[in-house]
Design a protein around this ligand. Structure first.
Ligand code: AMP
Length: 417
């Protein structure tokens, strides 16, 4: 039997790759508009980069990482997310500077051994942006605004921005104590996973999908009631600025996001077009991560968006652009002796930046015209048998109703629009 791809991974077929180019162009363009520069890192890192930053208690580190020992005995992991790898790189190359903002974006594949289903894959792609060095709420808003720019450019109107603050370390300490007290009083209703997490990382219980846990969490104390003045002021400034920009959001007081390194602002984007996997992006502030990974204390905030999920949404809401024709010109060659002429014509057209293809199967003239129609090429060029004598080829534009006999010199100087 022929091989199949690994479960939870996808091939992007030629008929769909234009959709990826479309969305990648929007990412790039939007990042440019905000002055963000691309950072590329390897797709694998030393395992510790992730295990030390995400938290041992997270599903990602506990259950989902593709970790292996290489032939030299190093423990390596296919990156399950970017932030930790990006911070590793920023520290390694001393890119961050207290007095100026470092604005970075990334795009690429990530790997998590999750239960594969629609919108949830084992290799998936994220676009993300990180704003490094500013402790101020305007940095939080800037990254949210960049995410919204992308969402708008993709034509996604029906989405929700959920917003919360998990405060600074001091606020979280007080809150965690109260939360643990509450959760312990409902210990019998909690799942085994949540009971385990209760001591080490009680906030994670708020993220649980288990229905019993969700019932308990419903009436749990909320972090917003425990924010100290500094945390409250940070959050108020974020909300005020979003209000002034007219970016709508909903406060979701149980939103904590799964990873250990977040503080203050956390957010998530959801769409009703997605069904069960309704989250298509999220992020937050992570002021403690740099020091956790051995760097100098550096404040930072960022987000990541799932590309497969964005593509599903854009398709579902009917906003996916139609594919461009495979090529603008198709060469119909009536005689094998004129193959060199065909190649010459193609060369001329490509220097005009026109895409062009010719038949490589030596099909009949009828077959070539049929192929040209199938490809939807707006232009055909016909090379007649008697080209060596006449020196003329026929250029035809179907929609414009143009048909002209021209020489190769005239083609060289042709004014295409
Ligand atoms: P996270 O890094 O978990 O905050 O995820 C950010 C975004 O990446 C999510 O909102 C999803 O859109 C996407 N994402 C995360 N995990 C997967 C996955 N296994 N398959 C597809 N998309 C994913």
């Amino acid at each position: 039997m022929a091989y199949q791809s690994v479960k939870g991974t996808n091939d992007t077929l030629p008929s769909k790759s234009y959709q990826w180019h479309y969305i990648e162009d929007i990412f790039r363009k939007s990042a440019d508009l905000f002055g963000y520069k691309e950072l590329r890192t390897p797709i694998f890192e030393k395992t510790e980069v992730f295990s030390r930053s995400l938290g041992e208690e997270t599903d990602i580190v506990g259950k989902e990482m593709y970790t292996f020992e290489d032939k030299g005995g190093d423990m390596l992991t296919l990156r399950p997310e970017m932030t930790a790898a990006l911070v590793r790189s920023v520290i390694q190359h001393s890119l961050a500077n207290e007095v100026s903002d470092l604005r970075l974006w990334y795009f690429g594949p990530f790997f998590r051994r999750e239960r594969a289903q629609k919108g949830r894959y084992r290799q998936f792609h994220q676009f993300g942006a990180e704003c490094i060095s500013s402790p101020n709420p305007e940095a939080d808003v800037e990254v949210i605004q960049l995410a919204v720019e992308i969402i708008n450019r993709l034509g996604i109107d029906d989405y929700k921005l959920l917003l919360n603050s998990i405060g600074n370390t001091e606020s979280r300490k007080v809150y965690k104590e109260e939360l643990v007290k509450y959760l312990k009083s409902h210990n019998d209703k909690l799942s085994a996973d949540s009971r385990n997490r209760l001591e080490k990382n009680p906030l994670r219980v708020l993220d649980s999908k288990d229905s019993g846990d969700r019932e308990v969490v419903e009436n749990a104390p909320v972090i917003l009631d425990y924010l100290d003045d500094v945390s409250k002021s940070h959050f108020d400034q974020v909300k005020n600025l979003l209000d002034q920009l007219g970016i709508p959001y909903e406060i979701e007081d149980k939103l904590v996001r799964g990873l250990d390194y977040y503080c203050h602002t956390v957010f998530e984007f959801q769409s009703t077009a997605l069904g069960a996997q309704n989250s298509f992006g999220g992020g937050g502030r992570y002021d403690g991560l740099f020091s956790q990974l051995g760097g100098k204390d550096t404040p930072a905030v960022g987000f990541a968006m799932g590309v497969e999920r964005l593509l599903l949404i854009v398709d579902e809401i009917g906003k996916m652009p139609r594919p461009e024709p495979d090529c603008e010109f198709y060469i119909v060659n009536k005689s094998e002796k004129n193959i060199p002429v065909s190649f010459k014509i193609q060369d001329i057209l490509r220097r005009h930046c026109k895409s062009v293809i010719s038949d490589l199967q030596r099909r009949s003239v009828k077959g070539q015209f049929k192929e040209s129609g199938k490809l939807n090429a707006p232009y055909t060029i016909t090379i007649h048998d008697d080209y060596p004598e006449t020196g003329k080829i026929t250029l035809k534009h179907f929609d414009k109703g143009i048909q002209e006999d021209i020489s190769l010199e005239e083609l060289e100087n042709y004014k295409f629009d």
